[in-house]
Design a protein around this ligand. Structure first.
Ligand SMILES: Nc1ncnc2c1ncn2[C@@H]1O[C@H](COP(=O)(O)OP(=O)(O)OP(=O)(O)O)[C@@H](O)[C@H]1O
Ligand SMILES: [Mg+2]
Length: 351
């Protein structure tokens, strides 16, 4: 019983000590675990702080880079702006120069062209003064012999002929001045939405009939192909009408000149077509007349260039047409084979 008592006591002690031991080892384990966790969290925080720091630095760096880049870009923009302004002003200067050059060219052309008919007018007027003096002498006599009467008659004829020449060359000078005024007035009109097919057709008929009114032996086949899907285009109608009229007149003239040669099987023909090409309307006017020789083709758009007989033309039609089409931001081109055809292509641009 005693033994059992002792053993029970010791058992209790052993039990308690075991519990104390277990508890303290649990406590130690718990504390050390908590410590580890604390350490881990502290480490994590340190890492986090370092990362935050790095991020901040990175951000500052990036912001600086962005600022640098923005500065660079705005500098580039400014220098581009300066370059653009310079370009615009030099473009304006170029246009101005071109205008002045063509004005100079035209002015010297007028001077040159008018000089010629004026010389005729002056010379014939002087000649007439001399002839009239002679006439006066004859008429101062009381009686005129038959020979003298004949002389007087031929003197009067000469005076009349000279007056006709004075009149012809005076008209030519007047024509030059009129065309020059048209040149100067070429771009005052307002742009209007226009049915190009209608205009091309109307002026073709008008041109044909007014040409036939001058020479009714002239006949030509008018062949037309219009692109009916064309939208209306903004143009100065009066100016484009003038261009069409000039080109048609030249074509009819050339057809008529070739027809006069009586070549077997020759049938004068003018083909007119319109079509849309990208942002443009293309008007093509082709005649199977005399064509243009290679040596002249580069000159036909120059003011006063003409191959027509003196007194009939001023050579301003195509130069005026060229200026009008350029003022519409379009193109006027020519293609030809001498003796076979001449083709004029007008390109107008939709805005
Ligand atoms: N369809 C054509 N066929 C052949 N030659 C042409 C044709 N169109 C123009 N030419 C040539 O180009 C020249 C210049 O034409 P432009 O219309 O400028 O003047 P012009 O017809 O001679 O005179 P204007 O038109 O002032 O009465 C003509 O004289 C002619 O030699
Ligand atoms: Mg002409």
């Amino acid at each position: 019983m005693n033994l059992l008592n002792i053993s029970l006591q010791s058992r209790v002690i052993i039990g308690i000590s075991a519990m104390v031991f277990l508890f303290s080892s649990f406590l130690i384990a718990f504390i050390s675990n908590q410590r580890k966790k604390l350490q881990y969290h502290m480490n994590l925080q340190a890492i986090n702080e370092r990362q935050q720091q790095a991020l901040k630095e990175q951000n500052i760096l990036l912001e600086e880079r962005v600022k640098d880049r923005t500065r660079e870009l705005s500098e580039q923009k400014e220098s581009l702006q300066v370059a653009l302004t310079k370009l615009k002003s030099s473009q304006l200067q170029l246009i101005q120069k071109e205008k002045m050059a063509s004005l100079g060219e035209v002015a010297s052309g007028i001077a040159h062209e008018i000089q010629n008919p004026l010389n005729f007018v002056n010379n014939f007027a002087e000649l007439n003064a001399e002839l009239l003096e002679e006439l006066k002498e004859h008429l101062s006599k009381d009686h005129l012999s038959d020979v003298e009467k004949e002389d007087v008659g031929s003197l009067v004829d000469n005076v009349i002929q000279n007056l006709q020449k004075i009149n012809m060359h005076g008209k030519r000078a007047e024509n030059i001045v009129k065309n020059m005024l048209l040149h100067a007035k070429s771009s005052t009109g307002e742009e209007e939405l226009t049915d190009i097919n209608f205009m091309v057709e109307e002026y073709l008929k008008l041109g044909y009939h007014s040409f036939r009114a001058k020479d009714n032996s002239f006949n030509a086949a008018l062949i037309t192909h219009y692109d009916t899907s064309l939208e209306r285009i903004n143009v100065v109608q009066q100016d484009i009408g003038r261009v069409l009229m000039n080109i048609y007149n030249n074509a009819f003239y050339s057809l008529n000149e070739k027809a006069k040669k009586d070549m077997p099987g020759y049938k004068p023909e003018i083909s007119v077509s319109t079509k849309r090409e990208g942002d443009s309307v293309i008007i093509t006017i082709r005649d199977n007349g005399l064509g243009i020789s290679k040596k002249y083709i580069d000159k036909i758009f120059q003011p006063f260039f003409t191959t027509k007989p003196t007194g009939t033309s001023t050579g301003l039609g195509l130069s005026l047409s060229y200026d009008i089409i350029k003022a519409h931001q379009g193109e006027l081109k020519v293609d030809s084979a001498e003796g076979e055809f001449a083709e004029f292509i007008v390109e107008l641009v939709y805005e």
